[in-house]
Design a protein around this ligand. Sequence first.
Ligand SMILES: NC(=O)c1ccc[n+]([C@@H]2O[C@H](COP(=O)([O-])OP(=O)(O)OC[C@H]3O[C@@H](n4cnc5c(N)ncnc54)[C@H](OP(=O)(O)O)[C@@H]3O)[C@@H](O)[C@H]2O)c1
Length: 219
Amino acid sequence: MATVLVTGCNRGIGLQLVTQLHARGDTVIGVCRQPGDELAGLGIRVIAGIDVADGASVAELKASLGSEPIDVLINNAGILRRDTFGELDYEEMLLQYEVNALGPLRVTEALADNLKAGSKVAIVTSRVGSIDDNSSGGNWGYRASKTAVNMIGTNLMHEFKPRGIAVALLHPGFVATDMTDRHGVSPEVSARGLIERIDELSIENSGGFWHAEGYKLPW
Ligand SMILES: NC(=O)c1ccc[n+]([C@@H]2O[C@H](COP(=O)([O-])OP(=O)(O)OC[C@H]3O[C@@H](n4cnc5c(N)ncnc54)[C@H](OP(=O)(O)O)[C@@H]3O)[C@@H](O)[C@H]2O)c1
């Protein structure tokens, strides 16, 4: 069984990911800012106090892991700030870029030496980051941050290919979490799909952009 590290594991999709991975016997390292009761009740190893938008905080994560090998790194932490043209808040847009785009890069770069041939990196992005799929506009800061992380994930694919490390960009679906005011499919169903996609990830199909349900998404 694998050692899997998941960011943003205290609620929503991340909490379901760590719950299901732990239940099937993986060694799970949950990373979050503030653990809640549900996470604590799982009995998994938790590294708390980690803000993916803060370099010093991510350095603390690296320090607590040392050289421990990681088979699967799941960059799941993310934020959505709803915004409207004419009233755009550029600080909020930058914050989304910090968390959603630079967060996965910052964590992956910090833990690069913990990954080895055969390891996998998954980034929970969003289909709203797809330029081809943008049929409605809106969500300016969030969309742009997810488009950026798609590029970052593609760069990571190139960076890691010579080391035999595979990378996937995964859309979880429209999922009923705090982010969506609990509209959408259950986090249980989404997490199951994400885990299936990660199980199928290999160096041969590295760099793909998939829906949790299994089909490829356009860039
Ligand atoms: N729900 C959807 O329909 C949907 C659709 C497409 C993509 N996604 C993506 O799926 C991922 C998970 O979203 P979700 O729906 O589970 O949202 P959620 O319930 O709002 O959970 C977000 C998670 O990210 C963590 N997080 C936010 N900012 C952080 C930071 N600076 N440092 C560390 N952790 C941080 C949160 O921790 P705190 O509790 O400390 O805030 C929480 O654990 C995100 O990347 C999101 O963009 C979701």
